[in-house]
Design a protein around this ligand. Structure first.
Ligand SMILES: [Zn+2]
Length: 658
C-alpha cells in the first residue's frame, strides 16, 4: 500500500532539484542542480555546498564562543583564558599591522649566522619544532607493524608548492603556476626587505632547492603503498644511508629518543637531501630557510603579508577571490592549536547527547549489514572472509568528542603576540608527540577536533571517528525520514568502515598491524575489481582536459561505493515491515539516493578543482555521486535507469566490491 505524506522536513528540499535534468542521465545535477544555481560560491570560498555550509556554521558557533570569552572571567592558566588570549592576539589587527615583519628578524638573524651544513641541519630541527617545514619531516606514530609501540618516522617534506608535480610538469598551466609562485616569492621579499635583496639570486636558489627535493620525492600514488615505505632501521642504518648528518645531534635537537626503531618512509629522499647539504652553497640555504620562515609565518603577521600569502595560495591555487574574515581565520587557528579546549566549550553548547545515541545505533546497523554482505560475497574465499569478519568486529568507534579532554596546562598563551602563540602551540604539540616515541600508543586520542565537519578511519587503531561537527543536517537530521539519514550519515559511516577494506586499509589486520591476511587469489580478484574503478574514474573529466587520477583516488572511491551499498542495505533492513510511504512524490529508495546526493552537494572553482585533482585523494562531488550510483543496480531499480540513459552501464561493466 502506498500512502502519500506531505512533509517539509523529511531531510530533502524539493527546491534543490533541477527538474530539467533527468535523474537517469545525471543524478547529481538532478538532485542538486536547483541548489547549485541559487547558491553561487561566495567570494571568500573556493568550494561551496553541504560540507562548506556546515563548516561555516561551525566556525560561526566558534566565533560566538570566542566573542563570549572576552566578556567572561577566566582564571589565569585556565583553558578559557588561553582560548580568549589567543583570540585577542589574533584579532589585534592594528598592532599586527604596526609590527609588520619585525617579529621575523630574530629568525633571519639565526639564518644569517649559519656557518656550515651542520648548522643547517640544526636549524632545520629547530624549525620543525616551531612549525616551519624544511628538508625532511620527523614525526611520531604507532609502528605500522607493531601495535604496541610508537615509532619515529622520517618523511619527505620541504616543498613550498602543494606537490612535487608542480615543480616537474611542463604543461602550460603548471608553467604558469610556477611563474606566479616565483613572482609571489619576490613580492614577499620586497614587502619584507624593500630593495635589500637580489630577486634573481633569491628565486633561483629557492627554486633550485625545492625542485631538487621535488625530484627526489615519491608521488602521491606511490605513497599509497605503505609496504614500500616501511623501511625500518636502527640509527646505524640511517647513518649508512646519510652519513654526513650527525643524526644523534639532530634527534637530540628535536627532542626525539631514537635509540629504538626508526622508520624511513622515503630513503631516496633522505639520501638526496643529505647530498644536497654538502653540494649546495650555504648562501643558497640561507635564501631557502628565510623563505620557509616567511611563508610559514606570514599569516600571523600584518595584513600586507597575510594578503600577499593569500594572493598566491588562496587566489592562484584555489581561485578564492577574497580572504576569509579575520575572525574566521582566528577561529580555525585556535581550533587547530587548542582544539580540545575550544571543542569542550563547543560540545557543551552545540552537541545534543541524543545525536550520539542515534548515531551509535546507526553504526550498529551499518556494521550488521556489513557483516551480512561480507558473508554473502561471491568472489571471496572462506579463509579471507573469516579474517575480514574478524576485522569488522574489531572496529572501535569514537562519536562526538573524546572521553577524556587533553591537558593544555603546559602551553603558555598570552594576548600579546599572535605569532608567538602560534609558535608556542606548534612547539607544544611537537614536543608532546616526540615524548610518545618508544611508549605504548594512547588509543583514546582523537585525530580531529569536535567541531570538525568530517570523519575518519585510522588503520592503526582499527577505528572510525565521527566528530560532533558532522552529526548535523544534512548529514544527520533527527527529524528527517530514515531514508535521508541512511543516504547521508549512513553512507558516511559505511564509507569510513569501507576504508578498512580499501587498497590501503585492507593491508592492515584487525589489530592495526600491516600484515597480509588475504589469500593470494582473493587479493588478486580484489585488485582486479579495484582496477575497474580506477579505469572508470580515470575517464571522468573534471575540467576541459583535466581527468581524475583513478590511482590516487582509488581508496576514496572504493569507500564511496562501499559506503552507499552498505548504507542502502542497512536502510532496507531497518525499513522491513514498515509502511512504504511516498513522501514528496518519492519512494523510500528514491529518498535514500536523494539524501546521499544532498550530502555531497557542492561546487568548486576551476583552480580549486585543478588543485584537488593534483593533490586530493577525494574525487570531485559530481563523480562522488554519479560514479558509484552508476555501479549500483539498486539505483537503476529505484529510478528506472535503462540502456541508453547516460547513467547506464552494462551489467558486466558495473563494479561491485563490498
Ligand atoms: Zn574517505
Amino acid at each position: 500500500m502506498l500512502k502519500s505524506v506531505k512533509s517539509k522536513s523529511w531531510g530533502f528540499d524539493i527546491a534543490n532539484l533541477d527538474k530539467s535534468t533527468r535523474p537517469q542521465d545525471d543524478f547529481f545535477r538532478y538532485a542538486n542542480g536547483g541548489w547549485l544555481k541559487k547558491n553561487p560560491i561566495p567570494h571568500d570560498e573556493s568550494n561551496w555546498g553541504s560540507f562548506y555550509l556546515l563548516r561555516k556554521a561551525s566556525d560561526e558557533a566558534l566565533r560566538n564562543i570566542l566573542e563570549d570569552s572576552k566578556r567572561k572571567k577566566a582564571a589565569h592558566g585556565s583553558n578559557l583564558r588561553k582560548v580568549r588570549d589567543y583570540y585577542l592576539s589574533a584579532m589585534s589587527e592594528k598592532k599586527l599591522n604596526k609590527e609588520g615583519a619585525r617579529p621575523l628578524n630574530k629568525f633571519f638573524d639565526m639564518i644569517d649566522n649559519l656557518k656550515n651544513s651542520n648548522d643547517v641541519v640544526a636549524l632545520s630541527a629547530y624549525f620543525r619544532r616551531i612549525g616551519v617545514s624544511s628538508l625532511w619531516r620527523i614525526d611520531a606514530d604507532q609502528d605500522m607493524k607493531d601495535r604496541n609501540i610508537v615509532a619515529l618516522y622520517l618523511e619527505q617534506s620541504g616543498l613550498g608548492l602543494p606537490d612535487r608535480d608542480y615543480y616537474l610538469k611542463t604543461d602550460a598551466k603548471s608553467v604558469e603556476i610556477r611563474q606566479k609562485y616565483t613572482a609571489h616569492i619576490k613580492k614577499m621579499h620586497k614587502l619584507i626587505f624593500g630593495r635589500n635583496f637580489n630577486p634573481k639570486k633569491t628565486v633561483s636558489a629557492i627554486m633550485n632547492i625545492e625542485t631538487r627535493l621535488a625530484k627526489a620525492s615519491m608521488t602521491r600514488v606511490e605513497r599509497r603503498d605503505y609496504e614500500k615505505q616501511y623501511n625500518k632501521m636502527h640509527l646505524a642504518g640511517l647513518r649508512r644511508l646519510a652519513p654526513n648528518v650527525d643524526w644523534v645531534k639532530y634527534f637530540s635537537a628535536v627532542g626525539a629518543q631514537a635509540k629504538g626503531r626508526l622508520i624511513v618512509m622515503q630513503p631516496l629522499f633522505i639520501k638526496t637531501a643529505e647530498k644536497m647539504l654538502s653540494n649546495i652553497p650555504l648562501e643558497n640555504w640561507k635564501y631557502y630557510f628565510k623563505w620557509k620562515v616567511m611563508s610559514a609565518f606570514a599569516g600571523y603577521l600584518s595584513d600586507k603579508l597575510a594578503d600577499e600569502r593569500f594572493n598566491f595560495f588562496g587566489k592562484v591555487l584555489s581561485g578564492q577571490k577574497k580572504m576569509k574574515p579575520r575572525w574566521r581565520r582566528a577561529a580555525n587557528e585556535i581550533d587547530s592549536a587548542l582544539g580540545e579546549a575550544l571543542g569542550e566549550l563547543y560540545v557543551a553548547e552545540h552537541f545534543p547527547e541524543e545525536a550520539k545515541k542515534s548515531i551509535n545505533k546507526l553504526v550498529d546497523n551499518l556494521i550488521s549489514s556489513y557483516r551480512e554482505r561480507l558473508k554473502a560475497l561471491d568472489w571471496m574465499g572462506d579463509t579471507t572472509k573469516k579474517k575480514a569478519l574478524e576485522k569488522l568486529s574489531a572496529f572501535i568507534r569514537k562519536l562526538g568528542y573524546p572521553d577524556k579532554w587533553r591537558n593544555y596546562s603546559k602551553l603558555n598563551i598570552s594576548p600579546r603576540s599572535y605569532l608567538e602563540n602560534h609558535i608556542a602551540s606548534c612547539a607544544f604539540e611537537f614536543a608532546r608527540s616526540m615524548k610518545k616515541i618508544g611508549k605504548r600508543p594512547d588509543k583514546k586520542e582523537w585525530g580531529m577536533t569536535p567541531p570538525t565537519v568530517n570523519a575518519y578511519y585510522n588503520p592503526l587503531f582499527t577505528e572510525i571517528v565521527f566528530p560532533a561537527g558532522i552529526m548535523q543536517p544534512p548529514f544527520f537530521n533527527p527529524n528527517a525520514d530514515d531514508a535521508a539519514n541512511y543516504g547521508a550519515i549512513g553512507a558516511v559511516i559505511g564509507h569510513e568502515l569501507t576504508h578498512g577494506f580499501d587498497d590501503k586499509g585492507s593491508t592492515f589486520d584487525k589489530n592495526g598491524e600491516m600484515k597480509n591476511w588475504w589469500a593470494k587469489s582473493d587479493r588478486k580478484l580484489f585488485l582486479k575489481k579495484a582496477k575497474g574503478l580506477i579505469d572508470q574514474y580515470g575517464k571522468f573529466e573534471a575540467l576541459p582536459g583535466v581527468f581524475v587520477n583513478g590511482k590516487l583516488t582509488i581508496g576514496e572511491n572504493i569507500a564511496d561505493l562501499g559506503g552507499l551499498v552498505i548504507a542502502f542495505h542497512a536502510y532496507q533492513k531497518a525499513f522491513k515491515g514498515k509502511e512504504r510511504k511516498i513522501i514528496g512524490g518519492f519512494t523510500p529508495e528514491q529518498r535514500f539516493f536523494l539524501g546521499a546526493a544532498y550530502a555531497e552537494c557542492g561546487q568548486a572553482r576551476g583552480a580549486a578543482l585543478r588543485q584537488q585533482i593534483n593533490t586530493d585523494p577525494h574525487s570531485p562531488s559530481e563523480a562522488r555521486v554519479n560514479l558509484p550510483l552508476a555501479n549500483m543496480t539498486e539505483f537503476y531499480e529505484a529510478f528506472g535507469v535503462k540502456e541508453g540513459d547516460k547513467m547506464w552501464r552494462s551489467e558486466k561493466d558495473r563494479v561491485a566490491i563490498w
